[in-house]
Design a binder for this molecule. Structure first.
Ligand SMILES: Cc1cc2nc3c(=O)[nH]c(=O)nc-3n(C[C@H](O)[C@H](O)[C@H](O)COP(=O)(O)O)c2cc1C
Length: 207
């Protein structure tokens, strides 16, 4: 009975945390489940149709962690490599209520801008509107000198592929996209000089 009550409380907390605007506290990422790496690679493809079903918090946590979470806490290193371990890539989560920054250390999504900012990521591709969420990968080009600045974009690509592979292995759909309103997003996400929205990923369950 106590266990059932605890589970019911945890579920209610998860729903209310999701509904609440300031911070979405994510459950600890789980490394269990999903297809093998070879089956995942077999499935990897760009998918532009999404179920409108909201993402479960556990799936969202796993997805963010797979994209750019901390997989070696002793060194704070990440699931995605970055040139010279600069860790200059930031992941943003956008749903119909707001835009959030993924804080890998606290395993939470922190609100950066309230409101529906989908128009900035849709950019003439209406299928994006059906996705319950869009992940935006931002890289800070200013951490590299000019000869190495390509690394900032390369590092964003590493995160993008992690997202694609996670989705392919977990019955989810996504497509890496370069299309978006970069200036509009830079304003809404309060990006600083040198920070560039490189790619975005609509994400959702398979339709
Ligand atoms: C850097 C990059 C940018 C892309 N931009 C878009 C985009 O803006 N819109 C889109 O629908 N697909 C975009 N794609 C997806 C490609 O069209 C897709 O990967 C390609 O057609 C091959 O299909 P596949 O991913 O299923 O193998 C992009 C892919 C990459 C790697």
């Amino acid at each position: 009975m106590k266990k059932i009550l605890t589970l019911a409380f945890a579920a209610a907390f998860a729903v209310s945390a999701f509904a609440q605007d300031q911070t979405i506290k994510l459950p600890a990422p789980s490394v269990k489940g999903g297809l093998s790496i070879m089956e995942t690679l077999r499935n990897r493809q760009s998918i532009r149709e999404y179920s409108s079903k909201k993402l479960k918090l556990q799936d969202l946590s796993n997805l963010c962690w797979a994209a750019i979470g901390i997989n070696r806490p002793e060194s704070s290193k990440l699931t995605a490599p970055t040139a010279m371990n600069k860790q200059e890539v930031t992941l943003y989560y956008i749903d119909h209520k707001g835009a959030y920054i993924y804080n890998a250390k606290s395993n939470a999504l922190e609100l950066v801008s309230k409101g529906n900012h989908y128009d900035l990521v849709v950019a003439k591709q209406d299928f994006v509107k059906d996705a319950p969420a869009v992940l935006v990968i931002v890289s800070n080009t200013s951490v590299f000198d000019q000869t190495s600045s390509l690394y900032a974009y390369t590092d964003a690509g590493m995160v993008s592929q992690n997202i694609s592979l996670f989705c392919a292995g977990h019955k989810m759909a996504t497509v890496p996209r370069g299309m978006m309103d970069r200036d509009g997003l830079s304003r809404v996400l309060h990006l600083r000089s040198g920070e560039v929205p490189v790619l975005n990923h609509p994400v959702g369950y398979l339709k």
